[in-house]
Design a protein around this ligand. Structure first.
Ligand SMILES: [Zn+2]
Length: 373
C-alpha cells in the first residue's frame, strides 16, 4: 500500500507526509473513520513511508530493502494486531498464528471491513476480538531490539475489539513508549476505546472520501461518467460502499439479461434456448437463483403497473424501463396473477432443493402459455 493507491484523502496524506519529513512523529496515533474511507490503507502507507530509505516528496520508493519487505507485509519491525477467533483445538491464540491469512487477505483487498475479515476467517457466529493473551505478545515484540527500521511500527486494527486486559497493557506501553516505536491504531468506533488511550493518542480523523475522488477512480475502472457519478453519490464517501453498489449493479444487469432472454424464448417457443437457459441458471447457485426469481416477480409487477403509473412511481432503472416500453403490453389482467404465482412457486421449489434445471425449464414452458393470453 502506497499513498498513490489511496482514493482521495489529499489532506490526510499531506499531513502524514509532512510528519515523516519533519520527523515530528507522535508515538501513538489514532486513525478514525466510519468505514470504507481508507484509514487502514493510510496507516499502512504512512508506516511504509516512514521507513522508506529513499522516499520522494509524495510517496515511498518501492525499491529499497524496507519497501520490498513492506511489499510482502513481512518487515521484521512491522507488527500487526487485529481481531481473531481463537480455537483451542488448533492452538491458535494470538495474531501471529493468523499472519499467513492476514497477509493474503490484505493483498487481495486494500480496503476491507470487519465483516469481510470475519467471513474470511470463516468465523461464523464467533465474535472476533483481540484476546488478553495478545498483550504479552505486544510487550515481547516491543522489548526486542529494533532490527533495521528507523521506526518500529505496531499497527493495531480495531483497538475497540481489545479485551480489557490487553487494552490496559497497551495503555502502559503508550504511557512509556519504547524508543523509535510508533503505535498506529485504526478505529471505526473510537468511543469504545479506553478513554485514557484515546487521550494519549494523536487523532487522525479520516473523513468520507471526496465525491470527485470516487468518481475519478470509478472512471478509471471503466464506468461511464453518469454511472460513476451515481455510484459516488450512493457511496457516501466509502470506497467499500462504492464497490458494493457496482457489484449490485452488475448482478442486476445479469438478472435483467436473463429475464429478457427467458421472456423471448417463451414468446418464440424456442425449446432449445429454454433448455440452454435452464442449464445456465442451474449453475449460478441456489441463493442467486432465488434472488433472480424474486427479481423476476419485481419486474413482472413493475411491467404490469407501467402503463398506470407516472414515471416517478416506477422502481426500475434505465435499462429496465427501456425493456418495459416494449414488454409491458404483454403483462395484463389475464396473466399477471398466474405469472406471479408461477415465479413464486419456482422460487419456493428452489428453496426446497428441487432440481434447478427442471424448475427453470418447467417455468419457461408455463410462461410460454401465459405470455400469449
Ligand atoms: Zn523505499
Amino acid at each position: 500500500m502506497y499513498f498513490k493507491d489511496i482514493v482521495g484523502q489529499t489532506e490526510v496524506k499531506e499531513r502524514l507526509i509532512r510528519s515523516a519529513q519533519t520527523g515530528v512523529v507522535p508515538h501513538a496515533q489514532l486513525f478514525t473513520e466510519n468505514g470504507g474511507a481508507g484509514a487502514f490503507p493510510l496507516a499502512l502507507a504512512y508506516a511504509r513511508y516512514l521507513n522508506c530509505k529513499n522516499r520522494s516528496a509524495t510517496d515511498a520508493c518501492g525499491a529499497c530493502p524496507s519497501c520490498l519487505k513492506y511489499d510482502e507485509l513481512a518487515h521484521p519491525d512491522l507488527h500487526f494486531v487485529f481481531p481473531i477467533t481463537t480455537s483451542k483445538e488448533k492452538k491458535r491464540e494470538v495474531c501471529d498464528d493468523f499472519l499467513a491469512e492476514w497477509r493474503s487477505f490484505l493483498r487481495e483487498r486494500p480496503y476491507f471491513s470487519f465483516e469481510q475479515w470475519t467471513d474470511y476467517l470463516e468465523a461464523g457466529n464467533t465474535q472476533a476480538i483481540i484476546y488478553s493473551k495478545e498483550s504479552d505478545e505486544i510487550i515481547r515484540k516491543l522489548n526486542l531490539k529494533i532490527y533495521e527500521a528507523d521506526y518500529r511500527i505496531l499497527l493495531v486494527w480495531l483497538p475497540e475489539k481489545m479485551h480489557a486486559t490487553c487494552a490496559n497493557k497497551l495503555l502502559k506501553v503508550i504511557e512509556e513508549p519504547p524508543v523509535n516505536t510508533v503505535i498506529l491504531m485504526v478505529s471505526e468506533t473510537p468511543d469504545l476505546i479506553l478513554g485514557t488511550i484515546q487521550s494519549r493518542a494523536q487523532r487522525i480523523p479520516v473523513r468520507p472520501i471526496e465525491t470527485a475522488a470516487i468518481v475519478e477512480v470509478m472512471r478509471r475502472d471503466g464506468l461511464a461518467a453518469e454511472d460513476a457519478a451515481q455510484v459516488a453519490h450512493l457511496s457516501g464517501g466509502s470506497y467499500l460502499k462504492a464497490l458494493e453498489v457496482i457489484s449490485l449493479n452488475e448482478e442486476n444487469a445479469f438478472f435483467l439479461e436473463q429475464f429478457i432472454g427467458m421472456m423471448r424464448n417463451s414468446w418464440a417457443r424456442n425449446v432449445k434456448a429454454m433448455k440452454a437457459m435452464a442449464d445456465l441458471l442451474a449453475g449460478i447457485g441456489r441463493e442467486r437463483q432465488k434472488h433472480f426469481l424474486s427479481y423476476c416477480q419485481h419486474l413482472i409487477r413493475e411491467n404490469f403497473m407501467y402503463r398506470f403509473q407516472s414515471s416517478d412511481l416506477n422502481y426500475m432503472n434505465r435499462e429496465e424501463i427501456g425493456f418495459a416500453t416494449k414488454f409491458a403490453p404483454f403483462v395484463n389482467e389475464r396473466n399477471v396473477i398466474d405469472l406471479m404465482d408461477e415465479l413464486a412457486r419456482a422460487e419456493q421449489h428452489i428453496g426446497q432443493n428441487v432440481n434447478a434445471k427442471m424448475v427453470f425449464f418447467d417455468l419457461s414452458l408455463k410462461i410460454t402459455v401465459l405470455i400469449k393470453r
